[in-house]
Design a protein around this ligand. Structure first.
Ligand code: PHE
Length: 332
């Protein structure tokens, strides 16, 4: 009988260790340790043995049971761990993974417009430059020919940063300070565009956001004239919007350009889209950036990207751009 018990325990433990699933393990457990198990049948015969023989067999019987129970427990723990790992793996949401042929996400509407603008300007021979969002009053205004207290500063509802002298540090109100960075960090000729995020103290409504995007253009070379500016704006218009579109300039004022203009896009149906400002770089700006205005001339332009992006898709509320509602974003 001892042999028989040992055989049941050995075979049972091997079976349990090989159980492939929790269900299979549960079935083995019932068969090996349940009421109708082989061990239970043997136990019923214990009563027919001599007392000392009964003790030895009883101990072997308990050992076999304990061994099988231990095997079931350790197998159950191993299977539960594996089951949990498999489930976590199956339920994993990897938001960064790009699965071939399956679209999991895409660039924001404004980022798409920004990248396309960069592509068009790079195609026209421009390089791309960037600057920081926190700027000095000097680069955002001073070097651009806005002396302290100049009334044109009121065109920009400036957000100041509590850093350094009061009023010395701000969130850039336009991308024009990057012109100053480019002119003071490399010698001409310069043919650059400068995209980026800009900030104005403003309440968000359907047509304004306090945080928006602009792209700036700057050309500095010898013998640059207003005709180069008008031609560049027109070449850009046709490359970005299409051959049926044209551009026009209207006189305007900016402290950092002279003469200055606003530029509009003329749609094929004859309607206008007011896009941005431009002009010939003011001699004071060139001098502030260490360039001799007698030797170098240039032009600059700048316009908002967010409004351009929504116009293209017929979105009528700019706030939709920043609410992060996937039902909106998914459409573009
Ligand atoms: N920085 C001006 C603005 O934000 C636009 C501009 C850029 C005008 C370059 C002229 C030249 O209003």
């Amino acid at each position: 009988m001892l042999d028989q018990i040992a055989r049941i325990a050995d075979a049972g433990a091997a079976e349990v260790a090989a159980a492939a699933t929790l269900d299979e393990l549960r079935a083995f457990e019932t068969r090996l340790l349940g009421k109708k198990s082989e061990l239970n049948d043997l136990k019923a015969k214990l009563g027919g043995l001599q007392p000392d023989e009964r003790r030895t067999v009883g101990l072997a019987f308990n050992d076999a049971r304990a061994r099988l129970e231990g095997a079931v427990e350790s197998r159950r723990a191993a299977l539960a761990t594996a089951h949990r790992a498999a489930r976590l793996d199956a339920e994993r949401l990897d938001l960064t993974e790009v699965v071939a042929g399956r679209r999991l996400g895409h660039l924001h509407l404004v980022t798409q417009a920004l990248e396309r603008l960069e592509d068009v300007f790079v195609g026209l021979g421009f390089t791309v430059a960037e600057g920081p969002e926190v700027e000095t009053d000097w680069r955002n205004f001073g070097a651009l020919n806005f002396p302290p207290g100049h009334p044109a500063r009121d065109m920009y509802d400036t957000l100041y940063v509590d850093y350094g002298e009061p009023g010395a540090t701000l969130l850039r109100t336009h991308t024009s300070p990057v012109q100053v960075r480019v002119m003071t960090s490399q010698p001409p000729p310069i043919y650059s565009v400068m995209p980026g995020r800009v900030f104005r103290q403003d309440t968000a409504d359907a047509t304004h956001l306090p945080v928006f995007h602009q792209i700036e253009g700057l050309v500095i070379d010898r013998d640059i004239t207003f005709a180069h500016l008008a031609g560049t704006i027109d070449a850009f218009t046709k490359a970005f919007f299409g051959g049926g579109f044209a551009s026009r300039l209207r006189p305007s004022y900016f402290p950092f350009t002279e003469p200055s203009a606003e530029f509009d896009i003329i749609r094929p149906d004859g309607t206008f889209l007011e896009l941005g400002g431009c002009g010939m770089v003011h001699p004071n700006v060139l001098a502030n950036c260490g360039l001799d205005p007698e030797e170098w001339q240039g032009f600059a332009f700048g316009f908002g990207i967010d409004r351009l992006a929504i116009t293209r898709f017929g979105v009528d509320d700019m706030r939709d751009l920043i609410t992060n509602d996937v039902r909106f974003l998914r459409q573009f």
